[in-house]
Design a protein around this ligand. Structure first.
Ligand SMILES: [Zn+2]
Length: 154
């Protein structure tokens, strides 16, 4: 008799815990959906365009292009510049940025939309990044420091 009562109580408690867990799961889902909806309607951080999820496609492309250009400049500096000489560093950075601007301008499709131009520019700088990386590795491999390390490794 006592055991049967205890089993009923245990079953009721288990059912209560399941119901509470289901309520918590539904609340978590509702909070996540509200947060996602709020994120989707957020304006672009850079240009203020509405309902862009915080960053519109154009501004994302502009940021990506800037990032890749910065990486190209870093690689050009690593491979070619005397990093102790500010004038040399600035000259290499300006020359690299000018090369990339010229490459982007040359590759742009004629009479293209802003999105097409940004897409073309991003593709151009990404391609250039591979070239700058290869050049930097080649120059670093030929440097006196690399030669000295090769001698020491023998
Ligand atoms: Zn934007």
């Amino acid at each position: 008799m006592l055991r049967a009562e205890q089993q009923v109580i245990d079953r009721e408690r288990a059912e209560q815990r399941r119901a509470e867990a289901e309520v918590r799961r539904a609340e978590r889902k509702a909070r996540a959906e509200a947060a996602e909806a709020a994120r989707r309607v957020a304006p672009c951080e850079d240009c203020g365009a509405e309902h862009t999820g915080g960053l519109c496609g154009s501004c994302w492309a502009v940021r990506s292009i800037r990032t890749v250009v910065g990486e190209c400049v870093d690689l050009a500096l690593a491979g070619a510049a005397d990093l102790a000489d500010h004038r040399d560093v600035n000259a290499v950075a300006r020359r690299t940025e000018a090369e990339l601007r010229a490459a982007m301008a040359a590759a742009r499709p004629a009479a293209a939309s802003r999105e097409d131009v940004l897409g073309s520019d991003l593709e151009t700088v990404r391609d250039a990044l591979d070239t700058y990386r290869a050049d930097a590795l080649t120059r670093l491999a030929r440097s006196p420091l690399a030669d000295a390390e090769a001698v020491n490794a023998r």
